[in-house]
Design a protein around this ligand. Structure first.
Ligand SMILES: Nc1ncnc2c1ncn2[C@@H]1O[C@H](COP(=O)(O)OP(=O)(O)O)[C@@H](O)[C@H]1O
Ligand SMILES: N[C@@H](CCOP(=O)(O)O)C(=O)O
Length: 327
């Protein structure tokens, strides 16, 4: 679950009154997610016909200075037709405000559900939506470096330390050396854009085979588009229960992406290394969370070993998971 902060009914009502969205009707804490506190807000709506929003309180891994980038990006992408929620600005125009020193923003509610077991048609749609997002982000005027890049993954693992990592799993400490090797082999000069870098199934809302929402842009940054493809490939192409690679999903995802933006040969050749780096980024943040989250915290910790196994798969499989799809 993720509601880290209690907001009373009066606090919420006076907060909602600063927006032109009608009066607060109800607010329910949302269980999903690990980083921020989220509430599903219902109001009477500006025109009295009722409206829904997501209220997000930024809790972890988010710098206040980055909020104009994240919230401006939502507005830019949604104005360019991408299925991305826009930011609701309060009456004085601000995209976010502070409550007891924590930033909150009101975000458009988008319909759809996150899929647990995607079909190839759904994976294809997600690949295409990612490419369209890269295209729509092309003229977004702001930049933000990737603060969780391969160098930072290495630093996070080193900071955790081999002994502590071994308490999570005996196979985890070897990820420090693996991260160092990937740092040395990291591809340079790939075409860049604003990337989502966390487009997991729980950050995509779907209706049937259509993507109705891409959410949770709070790791978005300027990076290689092929890296974003690799993150999405690693997050979608393995079955949730057994962790086995499903080539039909991986190939459909790539085919969908390339139906909008074909990868160049250098990007394609880089995918095996980028996919390992993508896995390591989640190994590192999950391991850090595992070690730092108090046992009584009301949040479900995510298993770093899931992505250690995916990393080994990519390290051993070479370029076969990325062979051009045969439609
Ligand atoms: N714009 C939105 N429209 C509809 N549901 C949303 C929206 N934003 C968030 N949600 C819901 O809230 C949940 C948690 O949001 P998310 O941004 O992923 O939180 P976290 O950053 O903590 O992972 C999502 O899984 C989804 O169910
Ligand atoms: N998707 C990442 C962690 C970020 O979690 P989110 O709930 O903010 O998307 C993971 O699975 O480790």
């Amino acid at each position: 679950m993720a509601v880290y902060t209690h907001l009373g009914a009066e606090d919420l009502a006076s907060l909602i009154a600063t927006y032109n969205v009608g009066e607060l009707v109800s607010a329910k804490g949302i269980a999903e997610g690990v980083s921020n506190s989220n509430w599903l807000i219902e109001t009477t709506g500006a025109d009295g016909t009722g409206a829904r929003f997501i209220l997000t309180m930024y809790e972890r891994r988010i710098e206040l200075d980055d909020l104009p980038f994240f919230l401006g990006l939502l507005d830019h992408l949604s104005a360019h037709g991408a299925p991305v929620p826009r930011t609701i600005h309060c009456r004085d125009g601000d995209a976010y405000q502070l409550i007891d020193g924590k930033a909150v923003a009101l975000i458009e509610f988008l319909p759809g559900v996150s899929v647990d077991r995607p079909t190839p048609a759904q994976a294809r749609a997600v690949g295409a939506a990612l490419a369209e997002m890269h295209r729509a982000a092309h003229d977004f005027p702001m930049e933000r470096p990737n603060t969780l890049d391969i160098g930072e993954s290495l630093r996070v693992l080193q900071h955790c330390g081999g002994n502590a990592l071994a308490t999570v799993d005996p196979a985890l400490p070897e990820m420090i050396d693996h991260a160092a090797r990937l740092c040395a082999a990291w591809p340079q000069g790939l075409p860049q854009a604003v990337c989502h870098t966390d487009l997991f199934p729980d950050n995509v809302l779907m209706r049937g085979n259509n993507v109705t929402g891409m959410i949770d842009f709070y790791f978005a940054c300027t990076d290689a588009m092929a890296y974003d493809v690799a993150v999405t490939h690693a997050a979608w192409s393995f079955d949730k229960s057994g962790g086995r690679f499903d080539p039909a999903i991986g190939h459909a995802l790539l085919a969908g992406y390339e139906s909008v933006r074909p990868l160049d040969p250098v990007e394609r050749r880089s995918l095996p290394v980028l996919a390992q780096g993508a896995c390591l980024r989640f190994v590192a943040s999950r391991a850090e969370d595992w070690l730092e989250t108090p046992d009584d915290a009301l949040v479900t910790r995510k298993d770093p070993m899931d992505y250690v196994r995916r990393l080994h798969f990519y390290a051993e499989a070479g370029d076969s998971p990325f062979h051009p799809a045969v439609d």
